[in-house]
Design a protein around this ligand. Sequence first.
Ligand SMILES: [Zn+2]
Length: 380
Amino acid sequence: MSAESKLQMCTRCIMDAGVPDIRFDAHGVCNFCHMQDKLEALFPLGDAGRREMERLADQMRRAGKGRDFDCVCGVSGGRDSSYCLYVVKELGLRPLAVHFDNGWDSDIAKENIRKICQRLNVELHSVIADWEESRDLTNATIKACVPYIDLTDDVGIASALWRTAAKENIKHIVLAHSFREEGVTPLKWNYFDGRYVRALINQHSTMKYKKFKNVDLHHVFWWAVVRGIRVVNLTNYYDDTGTKVERILNEELGLADTGQHHYDNEIFALVYYYARHKFGFDWRVVELSARVRTGVLTREEALDIMQEKPFFENKDVVGYCLKKQGWTWEEFEAILAAPNKYYTDYPNWHSLLKLFKQPIKVLSRMHAFPAHAYEKYFEA
Ligand SMILES: [Zn+2]
């Protein structure tokens, strides 16, 4: 870690020169800070945010007229998606909650999902992955030696949301990604497209998948362009920073705190441990940097948190994950020692997507895809 501490660090957030594709301006401020400023300008809070949110709610209501639901809302049992569902109900919308269960939900997350849907009177649709497949998919990603090993669960979530919306004829999907609280991950740490996912599976899976469905360009084209399904990242329009969200979730709705961001899903202990020990980066830097930029934390407080022993540096917790995935420590350590790879080492659609950057930008402004995803893939 001593070599890392000598790397240039952004003068505003806590990202340093070890982050792939980071650039610093003349004042030493990084491009990820500029990206967040751009998103803040695109999605102002206060009255402007409220008005835009009401406008989108009207749009969803009109599209939902004569149907059972106005929108699909992804729920994980964690903070961001639970609060988003609360906001959706406050707006008077009729959501269908969709949960993708990859076999790693914590008991707290399961109970939170049940509670919030019951208290808010929302119908819940669970898409349950086949455990053998889910495990093999994650293991394929681990064997691929890429930075983010929960990729196929993100595919499962995207697939569950889009396919449910298409099947139920619901025109809007509401997402709860918070650029203010979670930040936007560097592309090389977390990349996703259908061709890349297929390549990892073809090279490293050990079984034929019957239930898993990939999400490729032609699917997205069909859902977004032909079926006109819109993806509204509602969290952009309200202030979800700080502890007021927890207060509403805990006191008004009786939800329990899942602890760390993403810890509604227990595999994240392994995801974080693997990245730190194989790639030498700590995922927390993304969310802490975002919170420094929004002013919820000072830079010094974030740096202090980075010095503390993280929740995933626990051999029992990681050992439990490895056992469930079917790895011995010895086998896992061989993976940690193997050469690191990135999406650029596998077949992917990124060059092709770059050719369609402008239409994709237009579609992102029309809420076919979230704006932060466009920024991450094309502007970072
Ligand atoms: Zn920065």
